[in-house]
Design a protein around this ligand. Sequence first.
Ligand SMILES: [Zn+2]
Length: 75
Amino acid sequence: MPFDERYVVSSEKQVAAELEHALDRMRNRDRGTAPVMIDGQPCCAECEEPMPKRARLGYGRCIDCQSRHERTQGE
Ligand SMILES: [Zn+2]
């Protein structure tokens, strides 16, 4: 899975934000895109990159697709 360097640098903040988002997503399932299952692995709904950890956090997209999505959604 592609790993964004900016993500590493701000990982502490990012983890807190992700937890917040994950909780939010669990409460608002309809707002999130479900990951696609490929060979039994949850993958990004947009680029189909395997991302089991993010799927467990409630994300349907990988880091790249999610940040792009959030920028265009303005949420
Ligand atoms: Zn993706």
